[in-house]
Design a protein around this ligand. Structure first.
Ligand code: SAH
Ligand code: SF4
Length: 362
């Protein structure tokens, strides 16, 4: 970082803020005041931190920047999922989704307000079924841009968010440093105070990063997007599998569950004729038993321009029944309108390209 570059205040951990303040010859209790303004009172500028002396606010404003993300557009209504399109300070667009209290998704209670947040602009992993990868990868989000999605949605909706899923645009484990920093802020008692058990990170299978995450003390939940029980199937739809094959991924998961109390979840999108055969269900059950994992089956959501489709209802139920018969805790999303499915992982095309273009002023 250049000496002249400002530090983004909402990307700092409490201890770092204290160190910064010491560097400015300020008393350490100022850090308590600042986090209170940032995460409790939620002001949107340093000038509004009115119990700090004016001269100090000016010095802070010279030293720190204060990010904001602008809501460009909201789709959906109060009792369904609401999709928020944000413009970042550099003009890039990202989306997050608010899923109102509804059947349990990833947390253990059923009455939680969940948001599905993005970690990157675009995605470099190019899974064949996913809209987020279609336009390629632009950049990682900074920690403050991740945290800001939650703050902005709470402000706009008036809802208190108490469940976070990292299942929006991007691969969270490819942006691990910023994601962990954001999770610390989201989880901290001085920050957004959302319990670690109500934070789920989803990955397409970056094996080394799964191990790194396992070494972190945070008791967050991990969801692994498996979508295929063999290399043959996974190679067809997820290029990442050529780097980390199923066995490499599963042994990283072994390591993860050996280090964590939380149960792991396998996400498994059901795609007609690709990964929905009985043999896949039996092998998936074996993998899940090996890791004491549960399985979330998600009927594929059609993406404009992609050839895949979801299997018949009978096929979905049959797949589920095989897992259950083999003793694996498994759920199948059956929500009407597929609102919740649509919420996560395929945000980009939910706001069609045309709408997105319209949302950006010329
Ligand atoms: N990159 C991470 C997190 C974002 S994707 C990952 O892949 O896990 C979040 C989830 O949405 C993943 O399980 C992803 O496979 C799923 N998803 C992507 N496209 C989908 C679609 N068209 N229908 C249903 N789920 C989809
Ligand atoms: Fe990226 Fe996840 Fe979509 Fe794959 S499924 S392209 S990893 S966002």
């Amino acid at each position: 970082m250049k000496a002249t570059e400002k530090i983004e205040i909402k990307s700092l951990l409490f201890s770092e803020l204290q160190t910064e303040l010491q560097g400015l010859a300020e008393r350490s209790y100022r850090a308590d005041q600042i986090v209170d303004w940032l995460y409790k009172k939620r002001v949107d500028s340093i000038e509004k931190m009115t119990d700090l002396p004016l001269s100090l606010r000016k010095r802070f404003a010279d030293r720190f920047s204060f990010s904001k993300i602008d809501i460009v557009r909201v789709l959906g209504s109060r009792d369904t999922t609401r999709k928020f399109l944000f413009r970042l300070s550099d003009g890039n667009l990202i989306e997050s989704v608010l899923i109102p209290a509804s059947p349990a998704l990833y947390g253990e209670k059923s009455d939680r307000q969940t948001i599905c947040i993005s970690t990157q602009v675009g995605c470099a992993y190019g899974c064949k079924f996913c809209a987020s990868g279609l336009e390629g990868f632009s950049r990682n989000l900074c920690a403050n841009e991740i945290v800001d999605q939650i703050i902005a949605i709470e402000r706009a909706s008036g809802e208190k968010i108490d469940n976070i899923v990292f299942m929006g645009m991007g691969e969270p484990l490819a942006n691990l440093k910023n994601v962990i920093r954001a999770i610390r802020i989201i989880n901290a008692s001085w920050g957004l105070r959302i319990g670690a058990r109500h934070i789920t990170v989803s990955t397409s299978g970056l094996a080394p990063q799964i191990k790194k995450l396992a070494d972190e003390p945070l008791q967050i939940r991990l969801a692994v997007s498996l979508h295929g029980a063999t290399d043959e199937v996974r190679n067809q739809i997820m290029p990442i599998n050529r780097r980390y094959n199923v066995e490499t991924l599963l042994s990283a998961c072994d390591y993860y569950v050996a280090h964590k109390k939380q149960r792991l979840t396998f996400e498994y999108i059901l795609i007609a004729g690709v990964n929905d055969a009985d043999t896949q269900a039996h092998l998936l059950a074996q993998h899940a038993r090996r890791l004491s994992a549960k399985v979330n089956l998600i009927p594929y959501n059609a993406v404009e321009g992609l050839e895949w489709s979801r299997p018949s209802r009978n096929r979905q139920e049959k797949f589920l029944s095989i897992l259950r018969a083999e003793g694996v805790p498994a759920t199948l999303r059956r929500e009407k309108g597929h609102d919740i499915d649509a919420a996560c992982g395929q945000l980009r095309l939910q706001t069609s390209r045309q709408e997105r273009r319209r949302a950006v002023p010329a």
